[in-house]
Design a protein around this ligand. Sequence first.
Ligand code: TRP
Ligand code: SF4
Length: 343
Amino acid sequence: MNQSEPSSNKPQRILSGMRPTGRLHLGHYKGVLENWLKLQNSEQCFFFAADWHALTTDYANPEVVKNTIWDMLIDWLAVGIDPEKSTLFIQSEVPEHAELHLLFSFMTPLSWLERVPTYKDQIEQLREKDLGTYGFLGYPLLQSADILMYRADAVPIGEDQVPHIELTREVARRFNHLYRKGIPPLFPEPKSLLMPTSKLPGLDGRKMSKSYGNTIELSESWKTTEKKVKQMLTDPARKLRTDAGTPEKCPVWDFHTVYSTEEERAWVQEGCTTAGIGCVDCKGCLLKHLEEELQPIRERRADIASRPDDVRDIVKAGNEKARREASRTMEKVRKSLKMGYRV
Ligand code: TRP
Ligand code: SF4
């Protein structure tokens, strides 16, 4: 119901964040970054590195953030997130997020947070991390603060994040109801821009994820990618070159559905099912597409990574811009909360 494409001609305010957890891979590119790239051409975008969010689960290993945040930001720039079009920033550089989170925490019923479906799931799944903390319960509310701070119209997210946007809408409504009686609401209720789930699996056919060791990293060398693709397991029925196979039983085929033209896919279907082509030929076609997509990104990445001062300047300017926007919102929030007694 609240999912829609940005429609009107007036650019919408878009905000999204990503936790710094490691170098980005093709799954991030196809599933998230390609959507961001599209949005930045027509909308007003804010993209941030959610370092505080990473600490909600990795509080015991803060070096994870330190070791990954700049790699992630460089990956964003390498794929074409353009600081002329989008504002890139680091969450903790805009401490207003923490203030808004705190003020929201006073008016948010505990039950709203306890019923977020990921809450109990994650505690179970990440048992080794002890997530029975105050901050972990409150983290969707921190996300609400991230979003409402910029009074975003829409938030591009994956399916798992939909309940967080629902919560954000409730928080906006509650704030407007409590503190904006008889005056225009302060916070718009943001829409979820549900990003289509990427059809690209990992190299082994499962979801592409660092924890499965089945990724193609944006920053790895072409030689590494080539080797990984050549080692990909194919349909086990094709033991010999002369054995026919079924593309649907092969992760290489999933890659073709994302990368190859209709003619190439027909060639794979015909060749695989009749043993007319070998897996080496089939992978060769895929490699050609991967090379076309990845090599320009990698060249840009190498260039950007060789200019760390420029990257810092870009992010610094983004932090400042975000902070200006955030302080504007906080002025209004404090006023709504009758905090005019401050000197
Ligand atoms: N919680 C999101 C995730 O884990 C990251 C995130 C933090 C975010 N704040 C956000 C996404 C605000 C969109 C908007 O992926
Ligand atoms: Fe997979 Fe292609 Fe080999 Fe068929 S020919 S099994 S689709 S790699």
